[in-house]
Design a protein around this ligand. Structure first.
Ligand code: ARG
Length: 694
């Protein structure tokens, strides 16, 4: 077996002089030069027995230079120099590069602008033309794409998500025989899946936090030994079973700077890493695509959300052009190269970006269509819709999608010369339907993209300020008045709390005065409204006096029973049994109402639709053409309705719970307003304002 050649740098000028990783915090000036030198000598002695060592001259003023692993990556007499993330270490490159140049190495710099911290983030799997590439903290993903090209090796990018494990070699150690030792918590979910897909369980050794935090993974593997700062008995035993001798060399002085054994060493050789001649060139999984986004990127914060979405998806980006809108009314334009560690993750990131309104450049492709083969089941890769206006490219033409709603599938039908695109629910798919798959040939026109964690006007610090609520209600009353004047459509979605909080009479008056064109609710709102009309209680509470009426909790059942006896609410009104309340006004004023049932419903009322699919459909029909939807304290119904409603409809959410309002208003269309207040008070105020406008 060929011995390894390693490059090291004597820690003559070593120390902690600045802080560029969490380990260095609090350690500036705290290292002991003599102890550090002894620890390094001891490590060197162990290594010298198992490998050939070369040395690079240390430089005064470059205290991190002993961490030779970060100099770059060497393979087959090619040296790819690091491009350090922090300026403090950047001057090291010149010295390392001269060393390699003087010895006849081919020096190839990374073509792209990303950062790269050498073998610290690029570990060869011993004996294979394979490199594990860490990214996300110090090294950029782009570097791994370039490494595969330059060195003709396969590179598997792994994303690091814990700042304490900022280089791959702090939490991952490949061993001969296709084995690895690693600390799972340092990686993101997808990277762990990648590791587990590539290395079978019996070849993976997962260490715990104690080992990891003592740099057990930061080991040099040479001549059958695993040379490390620390090893728990469990790790030692595991490695013994794999026939590795564990040699512990304390390197506490170097841990003060965030490094240990492996960091102090750069491999000059990688036996067995050459790819056999005549095999196709190696590729990295890294993929990229150019996307364009246009709009109020700066003032709405969309640009941030957009870039966050790329990094959170495990990708990286290069902004190719950015034209800032210099005035308030000017849109900005950005062209961004999205880089992802695998084709699958690129697709996942692009899907989210497209849903935010980005366009994949090279738009000259038609949407990909796949046929449904199982009723009610979409092809796996189907495009799922948003609330925003969407177009799909079919035979070279952009076709506007109809019936826009969220979480649906786009089906293409119609004659070839006049294709139609429409939103379809999963359950409505039939065999042979042609469904848009992937994101190619899809573009959407968001009015305003939800920004994660966005706070709305009424939910910020002054949520509870009465004055803010009053102002909001003024505005809503004015809009409702205008809608009524032009025969617009206002839909109310309400929960039973509307009645419990005393909002019933106010809502009834809104219906009577023509401010409501459809009422969507559950069995509860109707039952308690009728209970109140007949017995003066809501869930047994006398709303006028605010006290429990003895036995009153049964009142709603008597109310339901009476409606059942009459054959329905409508009939009860016609017979003069029901003479006031919200439902009474609906019947009397021919305002459509839909009652959607649920598991806890008593009765139910004859009108309550207990078939949920039918109820969903009735809701969808009722909101067609709505201009405004008032959602009053009914989280589930409001979410349901929100999903069916395309962007552009004015949505008002009222709930006493800020969490619910946040959740609902999260769709974030400009036309949605969240108000945190008691719904009874809200209706009272709204009723008064509308009265004042009469
Ligand atoms: N202080 C150095 C830095 O933060 C430590 C480098 C450790 N090297 C390594 N390969 N993990 O850059």
């Amino acid at each position: 077996m060929a011995t390894d050649r390693l490059l090291m740098c004597r820690p003559r000028f070593y120390g902690v002089a600045y802080v560029i990783n969490p380990w260095m915090e609090g350690n500036v000036g705290r290292t002991d030069a003599d102890v550090a030198m002894q620890q390094w000598e001891r490590l060197t002695a162990e290594l010298a027995r198992r490998a050939a060592l070369d040395y690079v001259e240390p430089v005064d003023g470059l205290p991190d230079m002993p961490f030779a692993a970060n100099a770059g990556l060497v393979h087959d007499h090619t040296f790819v120099p690091a491009r350090f993330r922090f300026p403090q270490r950047q001057p090291e490159s010149r010295h390392f590069t001269s060393w390699f140049r003087d010895r006849g190495y081919r020096v190839v710099s990374l073509p792209s602008g990303g950062t790269f911290e050498g073998e610290g983030d690029a570990l060869f799997q011993p004996g294979a033309p394979l490199v594990w590439g860490g990214y996300g903290v110090r090294t950029s993903l782009q570097a791994h794409r370039d490494l595969a090209d330059i060195l003709d090796v396969e590179v598997i990018p792994l994303r690091l998500v814990d700042e304490r494990f900022y280089h791959l070699d702090t939490c991952f150690c490949p061993l001969p025989g296709g084995r690895i030792v690693y600390y799972p918590d340092a990686f993101d979910h997808d990277s762990l899946e990648t590791i587990r897909a590539r290395v079978p369980a019996e070849r993976r050794c997962e260490v715990d936090a104690t080992d990891a935090l003592n740099f057990a993974c930061n080991a040099v593997v040479a001549g059958g030994a695993f040379i490390t700062n620390f090893s728990s008995p469990a790790l030692r035993e595991r490695l013994a079973r794999w026939e590795f001798e564990v040699i512990v060399c304390p390197l506490t002085q170097f841990i003060l700077a965030g490094g240990a054994a492996k960091c102090l060493v750069l491999h000059l050789t990688h036996p067995g890493a050459q790819r056999p001649a005549a095999t196709p060139r190696a590729v990295s999984g890294v993929r990229e695509r150019l996307v364009e986004v246009q709009g109020d990127l700066l003032d709405t914060g969309l640009m941030n959300t957009f870039l966050d979405c790329i990094t959170e998806g495990g990708g990286s980006f290069e902004i190719e052009t950015f034209q800032a809108g210099l005035r308030h009314d000017q849109a900005s334009l950005a062209r961004v190269r999205v880089v992802a560690p695998s084709p699958e993750r690129l697709e996942a990131i692009l899907t989210r970006l497209v849903q935010m309104g980005a366009r994949v450049a090279e738009e000259d492709r038609d949407a990909r269509l796949e046929a449904v083969t199982q009723p009610g089941v979409a092809p796996r890769d189907f495009y799922s819709t948003t609330i925003y206006p969407t177009e799909v490219r079919v035979r070279g033409e952009w076709v506007r999608v109809t019936g826009q709603r969220m979480d649906a599938v786009v089906v293409i039908d119609g004659p070839p010369e006049a294709p139609r695109a429409s939103c379809r629910l999963l359950r409505a798919l039939v065999v042979g339907d042609r469904v848009v798959s992937g994101i190619e040939g899809v573009r959407i026109h968001p009015t305003h993209v939800p920004v994660a964690g966005e706070t709305f006007g009424f939910m910020t610090a002054d949520t509870s300020s009465e004055r803010r609520v009053e102002l909001a209600v003024d505005r809503i009353a004015w809009e409702m008045r205008r809608l009524r004047d032009r025969a617009g459509k206002i839909v109310v979605v309400g929960g039973p709390v509307v009645i419990h909080t005393g909002g019933g009479p106010h809502l009834a008056r809104l219906v009577r005065h023509g401010y409501v064109q459809a009422l969507l609710a559950g069995n509860g709102l109707a039952a308690h409204d009728i209970e109140q009309a007949l017995f003066g209680t809501s869930l047994g509470v006398d709303l006028k006096r605010g006290i429990n009426v003895r036995g009153g909790h049964r009142n709603h059942l008597y109310a339901i029973n009476l409606m059942r006896e009459s054959g329905g609410i409508r009939q009860a009104v016609e017979r003069g049994i029901l003479r006031e309340g919200v439902l009474y006004e609906c019947v009397a004023n021919r305002v459509a109402f839909v009652l959607a049932g649920s598991i806890r419903d008593d009765g139910p009322l004859p009108e309550t639709i207990m078939d949920l699919l039918a109820a969903q459909e009735a809701y969808a029909r009722a909101i067609e053409g709505a201009d405004m939807i008032l959602m009053l304290s009914s989280m589930l119904h409001a979410i349901g309705v929100g999903n069916m409603t395309p962007a552009g409809v004015r949505l008002i959410y009222v709930d006493i719970s800020p969490a619910v309002v946040t959740k609902l208003a999260d769709r974030g269309s400009v036309e949605s307003t969240g108000i945190v207040t008691d719904v009874g008070l809200f209706l009272n105020l709204l009723d008064a304002r509308l009265g004042a406008l009469e």
